[in-house]
Design a binder for this molecule. Structure first.
Ligand code: 5GP
Ligand code: ZN
Length: 116
């Protein structure tokens, strides 16, 4: 998946405003933010989506969620945030490299979804 856009960001081939990085995961600002805080967190190793994960991915998935609060607080969402993981066609995932959105800011982010 060498031409995957998030793999390229992870390799430093495409610039991004990084807000957290370690050996396994990378967090960077969304290019088109929906809220004052809008960070994407990805595994550096290519995983397509939550629909393709295996047991081997459990540690990196745990790390992504475990770091979410620290990232949110540091970016200006001190009192909670929302995590979104769009998955596959139904989830309307646009970038086919697993990522979570952390959205937040000083004010509540709004309703979750329009009710049926
Ligand atoms: P998805 O619908 O796949 O969950 O969301 C993909 C997100 O990636 C979108 O919010 C979009 O704005 C963001 N995005 C797409 N391309 C780039 C890019 O090149 N750089 C950054 N920082 N974000 C991107
Ligand atoms: Zn990738």
């Amino acid at each position: 998946m060498s031409d995957c856009i998030f793999c390229r960001i992870a390799r430093g081939e495409i610039p991004a405003k990084k807000v957290y990085e370690d050996e396994d995961i990378l967090a960077f600002n969304d290019i088109n933010p929906a809220r004052p805080v809008h960070v994407l967190v990805i595994p550096k190793r290519h995983i397509t989506s939550l629909a393709t994960v295996t047991e081997a991915d459990t540690p990196v998935l745990g790390k992504i969620l475990t770091k979410a609060n620290e990232i949110a607080v540091a970016q200006g969402s001190p009192d909670g945030f929302r995590v979104i993981a769009n998955t596959g066609r139904i989830g309307q995932q646009e970038v086919q490299h697993l990522h979570i959105h952390i959205v937040g800011g000083p004010d509540p982010v709004g309703p979750m979804l329009k009710r049926i």
